[in-house]
Each structure stands twice: as C-alpha cells, then as structure tokens.
Design a protein around this ligand. Sequence first.
Ligand code: ADQ
Length: 763
Amino acid sequence: MTDMQDMTGGRELVMVSNRLPVDRVVADDGSTAWRTSPGGLVTAVEPIVEQLGCVWVGWAGNADERIDPFEIGSMRLAPVELSGEDVELYYEGFSNGTLWPLYHDVIAQPQYHREWWDRYQQVNRRFAERVAQEAADDAIVWVHDYQLQLVPAMLRELRPDLTIAFFLHIPFPPSRLFAQLPWRKRIVEGLLGADVIGFQQVTDAVAFRTTAERFTRVPALGNTIVVPATADRSSRTVLAQEFPISIDVEAFAAVAERPEVLRRAQEIREELGNPRTLMLGVDRLDYTKGIRHRLKAYSELLADGEIDASDIVFVQVATPSRERVEAYRQLRDEVEVTVGRINGEHGAIGRAPLVYLHRAYTRDEMVALYLAADVLLVTPLRDGMNLVAKEYAACRADERGVLVLSEFAGAADELRDALLVNPHDIEGLKAAIVRAAHMPGEEQRRRMRSLRRAVYDNDVAHWAAGYLGAVQAVAESRRVGPSGEWTEPIQVGAAFVPRSIDDRVRRLAARPSLIVATDFDGTLAPIVSRPQDARILPRAAQALDVLSASPGTGVALLTGRSLAGLAETGLRSDGWIVSGSHGSELVGLDRGADGAGGGPAEGELSEDEAQRLGRLTRRFERMLGGEAGVRLERKPFGIAVHAREVPDRQQADELLAAAVVLGTAEGMHVREGKEVREFSVRASDKGSVLRRIRDALPPGPVLFLGDDVTDEDVFATLGPDDLGIKVGAGETAASERVPDAETAAAVLALLAELRTGIVIGSE
Ligand code: ADQ
C-alpha cells in the first residue's frame, strides 16, 4: 500500500468508534488476549492505522467493565466504560432500534423512545469527554458512524483546537424519512460540529446537505455547508462529501496467492463433495443483508427443479450480530428454521444443499472460501457499501467466479460488471442465480477483470488519500504557531487563509511580474447543478479585476467551458486572458501583462475534424438527447455530455460510459470531469495553454487555483517558484489546498491587497 505518513501532516490521529476494533479471547489455559474483530469498519481502517498509528477511543464490548488503556501494535486503545443500561438504551435501543432501521430505508420499523435518546446524548457526551482528555494538541480526530453523531459538536465545544472528521459507514436517509426522527435537528447540529463529513455515496451526501438546509437552515454551496457565525465564534465551513470506502486490495490478493490458502480452498470444495457449483454468502446476520430473500430464491429454484441439489451447494456464513436486539433474535430463528426446512426437503444422507455457518472466521479462511466459491451472492436490501463484494473481486486473480450484487449496495456504484439484481424481485434474483451458475468462462473472465479493475482503482489507500487529504487541508488551515501555541488562521473577511499559503502569497505579491491563473467552476464559482446558473463569487471577481489593473500582473482564466458557455454566467473578464474549451479557445493574450505578446491564432476545424464532430454530435443527439437530465454542450472544437442533473447516479454513470465508447470510436480526445465527459477533435489541455501564456508574458512566477481533475495538467507544469492551490478534496499534485471557493476568493483578495493596498471585503 502507498505511504500514508504525510496524510496527517505529523499530527496525532485519534479514532473514535462505538466498539474498539478488538475482541478479548480466552485461551484454553484461561489466559486472555486481544485480537482484532471482524466487521466492515475494522477491515477498512485497519491498514490505515497500521501505518499511521493512533489512539483509539471506544467500548471494549463488555458492560460494566473498567479497563485501563492498553497497546496493540501501533494502536493505543482507550476504553470507554458502558453500563448494562447504557448498552440497552444507547446501543441496542437508540443506535440499533432507532437509527439503524431509519437509515436503512426503514426496512424494519424504527422505534422512537425518549429514554433511548436521553441515554444516546449522555453516552455521546462521555465519548466526547474521553476524546477531549486523550487527544494531543492539534490532533485529527476521526469519529465513526451512526452511534456517535453528536460527538463532533460536543467535542468542538470542549476542544476547539482539534480538527474533527466524521465518517458515516451506513447510508444517510432521504430527508423525507429522516424527518420522522423527533430529534432530527439535534443530530444534524451534532454532525455539523465536524470539519469534514464523509459519506459512502453521492446520494447520501446530497441527502445530508438537503436535510441540513431543511432542518437547521444552513446554506449549502456545492459540497460545502456554511455554518453561520455566532456571538463568540466566526463562521465555519463543513465539507459534506462522498468518499466511497474500500479495502486493502493488495493485502487480500497476497493472502489469496499463498499456497496453503489455495490448498484450503480446494479442500473446502472436497469437503462439500466437489459440487459443480459452490455458491457463497457472507454477511453479518442482519435484516438489511437480504439473507431471507436469498434463501427464498434458492429454495424456490430447488423446488422448481431449475437447479439440482445434487450438483450445487450454497454456503451461507452469517456472522453473529446484535444478538440481544429482538429483531435480530427473530431473524436468526427465522433463518435457522428456513435452513432446516431447505435441507430437510432437498438434502440426502451425507449431502446438504445448504451449509449454514454462524460464526467468525480468520482472514485466511474467508479468503479460502472466496477462492472456493463459483458464485458470491451479495443481496442486501440496503447497504452503505458492502466490502464482502470488493474482497471477492480482490481475491480472484484467476478471473473466475461470478458476483451477484444488489443494486441497493453502495458497492454497485463501482462494481458495474457484477450481475446486478433487485433482491425484492425474487424472480429476477432466481434468474440471476441460474445465469451465474451457468456463466461461460469467457464472460466470467470479462466481468471479473472489470470488477478487479474497479477495486484496484479505488483501494483503501486511494480512499484514505481522498478523505484524509480533505481533512488535512482543514487541519493545515488551523496550524500550531512557532512556539507551540494554537493560532487562529489568518482571517480575510469571512474566510480563513491557511498560514502556509499566507506566507507564500506574501512572497508572490512582492515579485515584479506575476501571473495569476485560475479555473472557473468550483474554484471561482461554487458548483451548481445547472452550469448556466454558476456565478463568480463577487469577492473573487473584484480581486481579479484589481490584480489585472495592477502593473506587472497578468490574470488568466483557464476553463473547460466554451467561451460562449462562460458568457452565459454573466462573467465580466475585461482585461483578462481567457482560455476556453480546455485551451482550444484563447482570447486576450495580446492584452496580457504590460501588453506583451499576441496569442497564437486559433485555426478553423479541418474538413475531417468537422465531419467527425458532426457525426458524433448526431449520434449523441440520437442516443442521449432524450435522456432526462442529460445536457449536450457544443463547443467550437468538440462536444461535452453533462450528467449532473440525471436523477439516478447509476444511470448517469452508464450514460457517460456509453458516451465515452462512442467518442473513442470517433477518435476523439476524451476528458473526464465531475459528471461530465468532454470530447474534442484536438488534443489540448490547460497545462499546455498555461505554457503558451507564460511564453507570451514577461517571466515571473504563477499562482494557479483549480479544483477539477483537468486542473491537474496545470499543477503538473508548475515549478518550485510557483504556487498551486487545489480547491476542495481529491488527489492532487498541487502543493497547497483550500477547502472551498470562498477560501480561494480569500486567497485572491489577500494577494490583491498585498500587491495594491486595496482592501477587498467579503461582500
Ligand atoms: P458491515 O455491515 O459490517 O459494515 P460489510 O461491508 O459487508 O458490512 O463488511 C463486513 C466485513 O466483515 C468484511 O470485511 C468481511 O470479510 C468481514 N466478515 C463478515 N463475516 C465474517 C466472518 N464470519 N468472519 C470473519 N470476517 C467476517 C458497515 C456497513 C457497510 C460498509 C462497512 C464499511 O454496513 O455497508 O461497507 O461498514 O464502511
């Protein structure tokens, strides 16, 4: 896995979750030891803490037990004590009887009890207080999941020096369901105490932002929520964005290569009587996982004779979970009765078509099961992500095996080449099982290859880099001063400029000639759903105007929009150099700094280019023109397909993927942006256009601000004298980062003020 050391910038990392990531095991001789416990949260974050080390605050798993802090590997574990009543009211009650069903599409009826809520608040406070004691100055605190949603705000009150991140592992419900919760406003306020709130899917992040606007009346601008100032506190921004979680793909792949694990996989098949098809299900025994639906489909297939009990075995691993909660007890009883019935009706002596295993396994044994299985059934009715699906793909270097995956699992966003099913549709599920059991090797290979590509593309290191990168950007803006005291970042109007950027901007401001270049959408103008509604922030506009009028300063706008698309936003860019369509269009170079240089003339489309573009445009119009929410944007040298307004994210992805296939076939250059794919007859990028601008202007350093992947082409061209600032989250080659467009505007205002003495307010 890639190195994660830089991700906290040397700050202490404090993890906070309901349960510590360990279980106590008692050996035969009565001695006890701790070992890491199975579960989604642990699987995902273990590789991160292994590298970074951390303090971990959480409950050790037994009621009324006081345990002193202890260490395992690079973790220092700080147990929080819970009484039997706490467990009953806060954990089994409010967390698992109210929030869990509410957040999973009310598959089960959530119960609302004031006594549960009171205890949830008390226990959240206890966690916050414990973290406040444990965390070093300036630490990054990462709070996990639905049991602890009040901790961020409580902790901010106690320790304003900390950078607070929250990650929700389960879905966030649509606002109309969340509205049921009598304490909805308090939960939102609790979460808004964080600097960064991470979600599994875009739909979760959107649901949260809408909910926050609705119940706490805080405005959301793109991914950012602005928490207004109070009498004793200035305004803050909270990044609420999706960061789809993943697994340590290489670690799983390494286990799957080991000879003894491969042997064990073989042995498992033999022990099961070498069936033609081995199907596997691996889940916590939870009513959201769709185990009942899966068993129903399987038993009907056996009864109909569509599959033959003599050549198929289904192994269902159901990890014990929440066994004291009534709904879970009922589920377990029901599943076990069904298992007995299926084996009773379809089994024979020495042969059971269904093997049910109700316990935890080691990683090696899990991987052996994945390797043994021809088909993996993952059929949740709702699931934040589902790591089992990703683990299966990570292990199958042989490119064999079929994944049947519910479209209601977050993982379905990435694992598009699984056999996607709606688990409520039993007939559809049956058809998918039959298809999986008989899938030809070539199709298995094609699909598995694509699944493996998807998990390798977004492994846990990639996830951590995105999430912790965003958190670190916030932390950087609240630095500890040289003598160790905690200092407020520099305030410019309503936004704060990180100290490290402030120093570098001061140096740039003093240079005789300077180029200030910036992207538009997401950098100068917050992202909105309809591109024509985007508006430059007034402060950014004013700062750029002041800069472009000052001697020795060139101002350049480098956007992917066409110049016509830019004009639609009402932008006034007199005196600026403006490059549109990622560099295919360029105006104003002759009016750059000190009037030097003229821009190279733009050519016309050649006949061949015009024909190809015309053909592609017609095909897009035919194929995508009628799709709700798709917008086609003509550009002088290409065409862009926008899918931001497509109501369903999966469908948006599919449409964009289809567009890429068509565009590539026409030999177009394809550029990927956020919810947009751009096709151009000419290869040009913002990096090369910046080079042209630099060549035409007097030599001097460049300040460049950008938020999108296409801006990386510019960051990559910058030298040590230049300053690249990434706006928002995501991987970047830029050396500095700010959280949002407001802060980007503050940086420009600071530069303008230092260079000209003109103060630019926040209005
Ligand atoms: P979970 O609901 O726990 O997690 P999941 O994502 O499937 O679900 O993770 C389960 C993990 O536990 C996997 O790593 C799996 O290998 C392991 N596991 C399961 N059964 C096991 C057994 N019997 N023995 C050993 N290991 C076992 C929650 C959310 C998910 C989200 C994760 C991570 O509900 O949607 O993907 O958090 O964010």
